[in-house]
Ligand binder design. Structure first.
Ligand SMILES: *[C@@H]1O[C@H](CO)[C@@H](O)[C@H](O)[C@H]1NC(C)=O
Ligand SMILES: *[C@@H]1O[C@H](CO)[C@@H](O)[C@H](O)[C@H]1NC(C)=O
Length: 313
């Protein structure tokens, strides 16, 4: 791993997936044996169960960083590298990005072969026959091994679950194509980037709004109060919220937030906060009851008309 990190100035795509090397020590005092210790950046170990409770956008980010890592490994200066141990415990999270901790179990050699039948890629549930190249190597075996492992350990668990409905067909294409190894890593990265683009641009929404996201929100269902925000506190809970305390969801526009608030029985009002997720989408905070308003020149509170009737408005 040290070799790989040092050999390469990471291109931007891979920089997020390899851990940062803070230092390394050579200890050759006494023994003839040379010991090398690497000091790597620390992260928290990957917990699948916990990940399943995070918003889809965060799970997509993990899969995307894995795909970027595999793209980098497939075209690394040391050749195409296979990760031999693909258990989630081999990975850590640093700022919501996936990084690999231990590459002692990595192989840069592509399997040698005499004929095609020496090149079967075997998994417990599936086998893939590969070609033996004229150079006597199983072509692309490392890249394919990584990709199928990414499919079986990560994509199947993290991608489909509570994905935006309009992205589901694309995501199931990705699952199908990686599960059958129809895609190589290049096509997989391209497909992920397409999903990201659609998601960021709001084209993943089921309806397209006639109003631009930045325009003043005018809906007969909502009263908007400019120059105020609600006090953030314990609000009603929703899933999968970005905050344990209340209902904080990533949205594309105030219109989408209104649609979400309409779909929640107890939603009374919402504000679009200044916080943004990694894709640049703002977070909206939804409230179920009347909370105090505080002046905030940059903020707007949207209150459901049906909720406000009979109350202070
Ligand atoms: C991909 O789709 C084909 C056709 O629907 C199906 O037969 C195959 O089992 C699917 N493969 C995976 C890995 O889902
Ligand atoms: C995949 O992308 C890399 C880097 O852009 C390129 O060098 C390689 O030829 C591509 N491979 C295929 C099979 O398209």
């Amino acid at each position: 791993l040290i070799l790989l990190i040092r050999e390469t100035r990471h291109p931007p795509t891979a920089a997020s997936a390899l851990p940062q090397l803070h230092g390394q020590c050579y200890d050759n005092s006494g023994d003839a044996e040379l010991r090398v210790t690497a000091m790597l950046e620390l992260g928290s170990p990957l917990e699948m169960i916990q990940l399943l409770q995070t918003p889809w956008e965060e799970r997509f980010k993990i899969c995307l960083s894995l795909v970027k890592l595999l793209f980098y490994l497939a075209h690394s200066p040391l050749g195409s590298i296979a990760l031999l141990d693909f258990q989630p415990r081999q990975f850590v999270m640093v700022d919501g990005n996936l990084k690999v901790t231990d590459m002692d179990d990595a192989s840069t050699e592509e399997l040698s072969c005499k004929e095609d039948k020496d090149c079967t890629l075997d998994f417990p549930t599936k086998s893939f026959p590969l070609k033996c190249s004229v150079a006597g190597k199983c072509e692309g075996i490392n890249e394919k091994k990584n990709l199928f492992n990414a499919y079986r350990y990560f994509f199947t668990y993290l991608l489909p679950h509570s994905a935006p409905p309009a992205l589901r067909p694309l995501l199931s294409d990705i699952l199908n194509a990686t599960g059958d190894l129809r895609y190589g890593i290049n096509e997989t990265l391209r497909a992920f980037e397409k999903v990201l683009h659609l998601y960021k641009s709001g084209q993943s929404l089921e309806c397209t709004w006639s109003v631009s996201p930045d325009s003043l929100f005018l809906s007969p269902d909502y009263v908007s109060l400019k120059g105020f925000r609600t006090v953030e506190g314990e609000g009603h809970k929703c899933w999968p919220s970005y905050s344990h305390l209340g209902c904080l969801l990533s949205i594309h526009s105030a219109e989408e937030a209104a649609a979400i608030c309409n779909s929640q029985l107890h939603c009374h009002s919402f504000i679009v906060t200044q916080h943004r997720t990694w894709t640049g989408r703002p977070l909206a905070s939804f409230q179920s009851s009347w909370t105090d308003l505080v002046p905030d020149t940059n903020a707007v509170v949207y209150i459901k008309r049906s909720a406000s009737s009979g109350e202070r408005l």
